[in-house]
Design a protein around this ligand. Structure first.
Ligand SMILES: Cc1ncc(COP(=O)(O)O)c(C=O)c1O
Length: 396
């Protein structure tokens, strides 16, 4: 009987008169104007153009080379128990030993646990800024300085974000960045060396493979068509994707995928493409931050009464990467939103296998419950109203 009730509930959602679909991509799409040679160039967003920045194909390469640079092979690195997994894999591949530190139910690093875990083998402190929201860098730095340890500041989810006027990634000894999560670039990550007096420099990366760059850029262009042109655009996207899959199968070409969770030592020297660099120099960073903040506020205002927000405020300087929605049945909410055309991401369901899941119950709950809702710069206030409406329906 219970199963039957559930089946009826699933079948009757959404109500027949409410089946409107609107393709809302999880990531920002590539607007053709950004490819025009006539597009105006702007001052590049931090860390592009900053001294001490090396551009890689993705952030994991920056983690690997950063760990090498600090001479952390054989040493312990204190890392948050709430992590993606691939940054830990990169750290391990570079020879470091991760030791996990508690993160609370609101995604805050537990500084007491951090202090308690510092020992004779500790070589560095690794901090992650979640969804663009800063960890308290002054406090972290104070702990690390007292212990004589360098800080690695992982801003893979925090490009363009700042603590007030201080860009995230500018105060750690090393800053780690990923570009393709916040900007419509086909690839790109960066290692920023803020520390002075290091014995060596990161290696010069080799060119990004052209096929990978072009295929990812094409994917972001057709996502833009699907976003702007409705059903016609979605049809174009489906045809392009089908053709691409067939060509890929026939040619045996294997583009270097972004967004994966496995560390590939064979790709560790790959650099960021020139195309990514050109696009990043044409985007209006201030407008992107403003749009992300507005979109986050629009969701916050509409959803906060329904689900307690993880971040109830957006402090000055913060550029939210997404809206983390807590839900009891992530898979169901995700599927219901997908039925409305809204792409969401099952955020960090699994951590790195070296981290014992049952040792950090708050992290386990976040992994089970956080669904990533888009707030990116392509989305308008109307899109946000649509997302909020669909989320409320999906939660019922
Ligand atoms: C916190 C964090 N660090 C590093 C990475 C690695 O980023 P990339 O995919 O650019 O290698 C990710 C990936 O999502 C991440 O979430």
């Amino acid at each position: 009987m219970a199963a039957m009730t559930r089946a009826i509930a699933v079948r009757s959602w959404p109500a027949p008169d409410e089946r409107r679909r609107r393709f809302i991509p999880a990531l920002p799409t590539l607007w053709p104007g950004l490819l025009s040679p006539l597009a105006a160039e702007r001052p590049p967003p931090f860390p592009l153009g900053a001294p001490g920045t090396t551009r890689f194909y993705f952030a994991r390469n920056a983690v690997f080379h950063g760990v090498r640079l600090l001479g952390l092979a054989g040493r312990e690195v204190l890392v948050p128990a709430y992590h993606h997994g691939v940054e830990i894999a990169a750290l391990v591949a570079a020879g470091a030993v991760p030791r996990f530190v508690r993160v609370d139910a609101r995604m805050r690093l537990d500084l007491e646990d951090l202090v308690a875990k510092i020992g004779p083998r500790t070589g560095a402190v690794y901090v992650i800024h979640y969804a663009g929201f800063p960890q308290p860098m002054d406090d972290v730095r104070a702990v690390a300085t007292r212990a004589g340890l360098p800080v690695i500041e992982d801003c893979a989810l925090a490009l363009l974000s700042a603590e007030g006027t201080r860009p995230l990634g500018s105060t750690g000894d090393l800053g780690i960045f990923c570009f393709y999560k916040a900007l419509p670039v086909p690839n790109g990550g960066a290692l920023v060396v803020n520390a002075t007096g290091l014995a060596s420099a990161p290696p010069r990366p080799v060119a990004a493979p052209l096929v990978s760059t072009l295929s990812h850029a094409a994917g972001a262009l057709v996502a833009n068509a699907a976003f702007r042109l409705g059903e016609a655009g979605e049809a174009i996207r489906a045809v392009v994707r089908g053709t691409y899959r067939a060509l890929r199968g026939a040619s045996g070409l294997k583009p270097v995928s972004t967004g994966t969770s496995t560390f590939d030592p064979g790709a560790v020297h790959l650099g960021m493409s020139g195309l990514s660099e050109a696009i990043a120099r044409r985007v209006d960073a201030a407008a992107i931050v403003a749009a992300r903040r507005r979109n986050y506020f629009l969701l916050l205002g509409r959803l906060r009464d329904r689900v307690p927000p993880l971040f109830a405020e957006v402090p000055a300087g913060v550029s939210p990467l997404f809206y983390p929605l807590l839900c009891d049945d992530k898979a169901a909410v995700k599927a219901r939103l997908a039925a409305r055309g809204i792409e969401t991401v099952d955020f960090w369901r699994n951590g790195h296998p070296l981290c014992a899941a049952d040792a950090f119950p708050e992290v386990a709950a976040l992994r089970r419950r956080v669904l990533e809702l888009p707030v990116h710069q392509d989305l308008s206030p109307e899109d946000m109203a649509f997302i909020a409406r669909c989320v409320k329906e999906a939660l019922t």
